[in-house]
Design a protein around this ligand. Structure first.
Ligand SMILES: *[C@@H]1O[C@H](CO)[C@@H](O)[C@H](O)[C@H]1NC(C)=O
Ligand SMILES: *[C@@H]1O[C@H](CO)[C@@H](O)[C@H](O)[C@H]1NC(C)=O
Length: 317
């Protein structure tokens, strides 16, 4: 029973952050170039699975190399706005932004249909709660831990729903529901995203994150395993970058700057990163052959819809 509850929440969590997983700590798809994984392709796979979940991540892997190249060529043709045969930084930047917006819209539409049970084009808290937790309400839990998990998830969802529901009428409009599913996209949800992150990481509940809590959230060694390089790098980042006031802890404001960095254009970063990885002759332009040579890197990135390459023929730019 709990399993079903967890599964249904994970469906949400794949796109919002209702259930925390370490991969998703940094929002807005993160800085790819700032990724803890050294190997670019592995990094993309990692990001990509974090974003979509393993199920969808398979899509690309299941294509034959010929099929994936064919799809990629089509997508590239559409990124190349002026059809000069090359993809430049501004074309790539524009495309990535467009795909991210599109992804959020589609995700909201999908859940909208699911949760708007009475089809009045609004989602009340009760509707959401019934759809997500209906089965468990009024249920007698034998297992104390199960009950606690259920309560914690419900409380968290309700807090987020209330925060997203700006006019506090208990009913989410599409805009409010978007803020509920994708709080990282909304300034007024920032505080909440930070609170949720704190709730997950701050194990001893002292209101700040120490180095052990920080590392423990992303890495737990299996018996006697040595810390890999990326964890050592994260240790350095904690002290050198994240802990701005150098007091040995991350307070809420430092957590905010970490998980929701301001002044960072992720689409720009990803465009630069992809060009860096792919532009073999260093002329700043991506040719079709350069892209094909790096098909594995490209196909797992945002430009192909997080690897699904599911961009339909009729999609408009
Ligand atoms: C990149 O492509 C766009 C549109 O396709 C074009 O307007 C722009 O001038 C190009 N930029 C550079 C630096 O070539
Ligand atoms: C939610 O479920 C309760 C209990 O089954 C029911 O009384 C209520 O009408 C439902 N509300 C909505 C909006 O579906």
């Amino acid at each position: 029973m709990l399993l079903r509850l967890l599964v249904s929440s994970f469906v949400l969590a794949g796109t919002s952050f209702a259930v925390p997983t370490k991969e998703k700590r940094v929002h807005r798809h993160g800085d790819l170039s700032d990724h803890p994984h050294k190997d670019a392709a592995a990094g993309f796979q990692y990001d990509h699975e974090a974003f979509l979940g393993k199920e969808d991540a398979k899509t690309f892997d299941q294509l034959t190399p010929e099929e994936s190249k064919e799809r990629l060529a089509k997508i590239i043709g559409r990124i190349d706005i002026d059809k000069d045969g090359f993809v430049n930084h501004s074309e790539l930047h524009y495309w990535i932004k467009h795909r991210q917006r599109r992804y959020i819209e589609e995700n909201v539409n999908k859940h909208w249909r699911e949760y708007d049970a009475n089809q009045d084009d609004k989602i009340s808290w009760e509707e959401y709660k019934n759809t997500t937790y209906g089965y468990y309400q009024g249920e007698e839990f034998d297992d104390v831990a199960e009950k606690a998990t259920y309560k914690a998830m419900l409380t968290r969802d309700q807090r987020r729903f209330t925060e997203a529901d700006r006019d506090h009428d208990g009913i989410a409009t599409r805009e409010e529901f978007t803020a509920f599913l994708h709080p990282e996209e909304f300034d007024h949800m920032r505080g909440l995203v930070v609170k949720e992150t704190m709730d997950d990481i701050d194990q001893n509940g002292d209101g700040k994150v120490d180095i052990n809590e920080y590392i423990g959230d992303m890495f737990s060694p299996e018996n006697g395993e040595k810390e890999p390089q990326w964890v050592l790098t994260e240790r350095q980042h904690f002290h050198q970058i994240r802990d701005e006031n150098k007091n040995g802890y991350l307070e809420a404001s430092e957590v905010a700057q970490w998980v929701l960095p301001t002044e960072v254009d992720h689409a720009d970063n990803e465009a630069k990163h992809l060009i860096h990885e792919t532009d073999t002759n260093k002329d700043g332009l991506l040719s079709l052959s350069e892209i094909m040579d790096q098909a594995a890197v490209i196909s797992l990135s945002t430009i192909t819809d997080y690897g699904g390459m599911t961009i339909a023929e009729h999609d408009e730019l």
